[in-house]
Design a protein around this ligand. Structure first.
Ligand SMILES: [Zn+2]
Length: 317
């Protein structure tokens, strides 16, 4: 492709819609976020009105680009929910975004903005962003884990995002976990990683074991202050995630694993527990696997969405 290239990117979540213009100045150089803005999603309005807002945001980005005399190549979208790769519509979204399921995001944006559009799940966009220009830059095969309220993940193999048959590839929150045996899960199963290793899991396990109903940040603070129960729950969360990373590593032999989301803010004890869980389960030859912190923060899904658009257009880089 001919540099410079400008791509508009959107990140649609349950609380906010972020939009940005990313400028690729030359080959081999990370895109720069040259303009960004965000607005509340107000998701309870329902999917239809949210999609109208998304189109407005996209058009405002194109107008901003025109004002800068930049031509926008297309729009890359990162969104909550599972994306139908064929149609670019939402195959499924949970109750955080009511009636988002079924919304024809790609078609509507292409109609409204008259530029090419690609649509990707937000965790997958996050992973693709980190793989291309973040902590996993240069990795051929890597697993990105988003440990926040829930646990999601994205798998990049040979530099490309693996979507899977139903768009579920990389979803590690609902794999079996020995620390969670017998605990029912929101997905309908039981005993899943998310129940002990996610932010909501940490809060639920702490309260269930007799702790006060406080948020994950407070539990982390209490753990750092040596409150035994908080310490135990945080350690369990870290060990469970570390064991899951060992399982993934057994299966995929990745170059590295990247962890993003809010749970890593739990700090050094949690991080040591992740390493401990990992080392308990990993064969010696793979013990040196780098387990790195995500680097791009809120920009990761925007960068990943832009990368997905460039991949979709099959431009030579
Ligand atoms: Zn589950």
């Amino acid at each position: 492709m001919e540099y410079p290239v400008v791509v508009a990117a959107l990140d649609i979540g349950g609380t906010k819609i972020a939009g940005a213009l990313l400028r690729y100045a030359k080959a081999g150089q990370a895109p720069e976020v040259v303009y960004e803005r965000q607005i509340p999603t107000d998701a309870k309005r329902g999917g239809g009105p949210v999609l109208v807002t998304v189109c407005d945001m996209a058009n405002s980005l194109l107008a901003e680009a025109r004002a800068r005399r930049e031509e926008v190549l297309g729009i890359g979208v990162s969104t909550a929910g599972r994306v139908d790769a064929e149609t670019g519509g939402i195959a499924y979204a949970n109750e955080i975004m009511p009636e988002w399921t079924g919304q024809p995001v790609r078609d509507r944006l292409e109609e409204s903005c008259e530029v090419p559009v690609s649509v990707l799940n937000d965790v997958q966009a996050h992973g693709l962003g980190e793989a291309r220009w973040g902590a996993a830059r240069g990795a051929q095969t890597c697993m990105m884990i988003a440990a926040g309220t829930g646990i999601g993940g994205a798998l990049i193999a040979h530099g490309k995002l693996v979507r899977g048959n139903h768009g579920f590839a990389g979803e590690i929150g609902h794999i079996a976990c020995s620390q969670a045996v017998g605990i029912p899960c929101v997905c309908g199963g039981s005993g899943h990683l998310e129940l002990v290793a996610s932010g909501s899991g940490i809060e639920a396990r702490y309260a269930e074991a007799g702790g006060e109903p406080v948020d994950g940040a407070e539990i982390s603070r209490r753990a750092a202050a040596d409150e035994p129960l908080a310490h135990h729950i945080i350690m369990q969360a870290g060990i469970a995630l570390g064991e899951a990373i060992a399982s993934i590593t057994n299966l995929l032999d990745p170059d590295m694993v990247v962890i993003g989301g809010s749970v890593p803010k739990a700090g050094t004890r949690w991080r040591a527990a992740v390493q401990e869980g990992f080392e308990r389960q990993i064969p010696p030859a793979q013990r040196g696997l780098p387990i790195l912190a995500a680097e791009l923060g809120d920009h990761a899904p925007l960068v990943g969405a832009a990368e997905d658009l460039l991949d979709t257009l099959e431009l030579e880089r």
